[in-house]
Write a protein that binds this ligand. Structure first.
Ligand code: HDE
Length: 717
């Protein structure tokens, strides 16, 4: 299997190389594409102009409906590789052999915003993987949060209608901070666990290369003997799970709405290929009822302490798409794209998804032949008796398009035991519109999530609820949400209530009020017996425990002007680049900088085009004239203030430290020692120390953000 840079869809590709002459879509060479056909140079345009009509008609029809959810997205090609054989669980051919590689296309997305919305909205991120296996397409259509808002797919249109812009005025774009969303979730207590995740830093990632992925729903592995095992799928990013801060995410939305898209694109162009480990959790069918959660309930995780994670593969993204529309927009994921050896569970969310995605592709891509689009085409052979339809590409030869046949020699034959054969699950039940009581513990895991957060993570969750509910106009809705938070953890409810100017008494009084409200408005599925996860430690939930040993792909700004100390700039740049960071000089203009030691440096951006929110860290080298010039630039001062307020690493050497002291990060009159007391601020007065400073700076950048930094709120940024 080819997993290299080549686009295997070249038959359908064209470009400057093989298209020297401009033609119409019928292949007719076009003599003049600059003027429409007119009756005289000043006369009316003629209907006869088929060149004009073809071009404009095609243009008029360029847009297809955007995805009803996950409209905003970006994709990349790559490969999946098995690192541990899964033979003991599954007969899926692509999971048998260590080292076996399978081509993939991955699309990341936000959920609520339109196609042109900002990347950094507070939202779930989609993480959809198309595997082009030798036994057909397998789509693992997951998210970066392991649970979901609802338990039954029938409620999906409701939750999406609630979160999308409100229907009367189409406001707000790509945001859940509005009344209809919180109205719905406050009447849908099963969403409580998911809300904790979405109010956490998981929902404002630093990079798509730094998110986890989860299949969310429970699937089945089927082995060669036909034995089934429940399985959950995970992606673990090599660079760890990291976020931005909320203020940063909002500013990025204006300064660079393509922040995540660009970050993914540039990392791949630099050949710093994004990578994830593939992991599974399995539960034997005999143990289905052994756990405090129902394995079919998509609002619950399987804590790793109870169901360990096995790391069994890796995913590498190594090629950007050639054409956004043809690939990223037209790619059609369906959880029902399934291969032999994997099967579905009865999770009612998954069962509904099996219908929805195929249906949506028909309306979005307009034809049941969407599988013939290059990006969707299986790379294994296809043969069946399906025929015709809009935009059919395949030219089926011969007389037979039915089975059984003898005129066509009986082709194509059934695959029998080698093919996909649904797992023969035993079902003996009444038809009902009901939900199992085993799905009714809505708060136990929400509390477990809260309890496993670090101090700063808890604060961010409080801040997020306070912001979102602060944007809600209806006091009734705000109160209902605070009463729900009281079911999760009183300290959380109390702090949010205080920020909203409300009070909260205790959890049982809150539950009484909730029950009255839910009775009045018709709650979806009220809470039942609560499981206490007190004994369960789930360190995997906290981002504080993630990878913090690399500066690979971190963006570092060097603030400099003419007269900068060239040696101090170069030494730091070399040390950071050796660790895989990307260093950019930000200067007052794009003119090459002249250093005090006679060297010349090319700025990447100016103080007008750059912003601290584009970077993970900032370095100010010495050089008296450079620092003097920077002190006069309000944007440079603001740059450092903001980086400090966003808990980023900051380094200064020599007069660079004077610049840091001239900003507002510390009270006037502070000293170098005061600077270094702040976590993540490093430096030296001795220009010869740059290498040692670089070592400390690298450790600080690898730690990502310095949440324990003091007095951040007093900084004007
Ligand atoms: Fe989706 N979802 N979804 N979803 N979903 C779509 O399909 C749907 C759910 C997810 O990059 C749609 O092609 C229902 C869970 C991703 O192209 C649509 C339910 C998870 C993507 C649809 C869910 C997801 C979609 C819209 C409730 C995580 C983007 C466009 C049962 C496991 C895929 C499209 C891409 C897209 C329906 C819930 C992930 C309408 C009915 C849970 C990553 O078919």
């Amino acid at each position: 299997m080819a997993t290299d840079e080549s686009n295997e869809n070249d038959a359908a590709a064209r470009g400057p190389k093989n298209c020297p002459t401009l033609t119409t879509n019928q292949g007719v060479p076009v003599g003049d594409d600059n003027h429409s056909l007119k009756a005289g140079p000043r006369g009316p345009t003629l209907l006869e102009d088929f060149i004009f009509r073809e071009k404009i008609t095609h243009f008029d029809h360029e847009r297809i409906p955007e995805r009803v959810v996950h409209a905003r997205g970006e994709g990349a090609h790559g490969y999946f590789e098995v690192t541990k054989s899964l033979k003991k669980y599954t007969r899926a051919k692509f999971l048998q052999k260590v080292g076996e590689k399978t081509k993939v296309f991955v699309r990341f997305s936000t959920v609520a915003g339109s196609r042109g919305s900002m990347d950094t909205a507070r939202d779930v991120r989609g993480f959809a993987v198309k595997f082009y296996t030798d036994e057909g397409i397998f789509d693992l259509v997951g998210n970066n949060i392991p649970v979901f808002f609802i338990q039954d797919a029938l409620k999906f249109p409701d939750v999406i209608h609630a979160v999308k812009p409100e229907p009367h005025n189409e406001i707000p774009q790509a945001a859940s901070a509005h009344d209809t969303f919180w109205d719905f979730v406050s009447l849908t207590p099963e969403s409580t666990h998911m809300l904790m995740w979405i109010m956490s830093d998981r929902a404002i990632p630093r990079s798509l290369r730094m998110i986890e992925g989860f299949g969310v729903n429970t699937y089945r592995f089927i082995d060669a003997e036909g034995k089934a095992t429940f399985v959950k799928f995970h992606w673990k990013p090599k660079l760890g799970v990291h976020s931005v801060v909320w203020d940063e995410s909002q500013k990025l939305g204006g300064k660079n709405p393509d922040y995540h898209r660009l970050d993914l694109w540039q990392a791949i162009e630099r050949k710093q290929y994004p990578e994830w480990e593939f992991a599974i959790q399995v539960i034997e069918e005999k143990d289905e009822h052994k756990f405090p959660f129902d394995v079919l309930d998509a609002t619950k995780i399987w804590p790793e302490e109870l169901v360990p994670l096995e790391r069994v593969g890796k995913l590498v993204l190594n090629r950007n798409p050639d054409n956004f529309f043809a690939e990223t927009e037209q790619v059609a994921f369906c959880p029902s794209h399934m291969v032999p050896g994997i099967d579905f569970s009865d999770d009612p969310l998954l069962q509904g998804r099996l219908f929805s995605y195929l249906d949506t592709q028909l309306s979005r891509l307009g034809s049941p032949n969407f599988h013939e689009l290059p990006i969707n085409r299986p790379q294994s052979p296809i043969d069946n008796n399906q025929r015709d339809g809009h935009m059919r590409h395949t030219i089926d030869k011969g007389r037979t398009s039915y089975s059984p046949n003898s005129l066509g020699k009986g082709c194509p034959f059934h695959a029998g035991a080698k093919g996909f054969n649904t797992y023969a699950e035993k079902i003996d039940a009444k038809k009902v519109r009901e939900r199992s009581k085993s799905f009714s513990d809505h708060f136990g895991q929400a509390e477990m999530f809260w309890r496993n957060m670090s101090g700063p993570e808890k604060q961010h969750i409080i801040d997020a609820y306070s912001f979102e509910l602060g944007m809600v106009e209806s006091e009734m809705v705000r109160k209902r949400m605070v009463d729900i938070l009281a079911q999760v953890a009183m300290p959380l409810a109390e702090r949010v209530a205080a920020n909203l100017g409300l009070t909260i008494d205790n959890a049982s009084a809150a539950m009484k009020r909730l029950k009255a409200e839910w009775d009045k408005y018709g709650v979806t599925f009220p809470p039942g017996e609560r499981h206490d996860y007190d004994g369960v430690k789930a360190p995997e939930l906290s981002m504080a425990n993630t990878v913090k040993d690399t500066i690979e792909t971190r963006m570092v700004a060097v603030l400099a002007a003419d007269g900068v100390d060239g040696a101090q700039l170069e030494a730091m740049k070399a040390a950071l680049e050796a660790g895989g960071a990307v260093v950019e000089i930000v200067a007052p203009s794009l003119a090459p900088l002249k250093s005090s030691d006679g060297k010349s440096f090319k700025p990447a951006k100016t103080l007008r085009t750059a912003a601290s929110v584009f970077y993970d860290a900032v370095y100010v080298p010495g050089g008296a004239d450079s620092v003097k010039a920077l002190k006069k630039e309000g944007t440079a001062v603001h740059f450092v203030n903001e980086a400090f307020a966003h808990y980023k690493s900051i380094a200064g050497v020599d007069q660079g430290l004077d610049f840091l002291l001239a900003t507002d990060i510390l009270p006037k009159g502070s000293s170098d020692a005061d600077l270094f007391k702040q976590s993540g601020v490093v430096g030296s007065r001795d220009g010869g120390d740059v290498k040692q400073v670089a070592q400390k700076f690298k450790a600080a950048i690898a730690a990502h953000r310095h949440w324990d930094r003091k007095n951040v709120d007093r900084v004007p940024a």
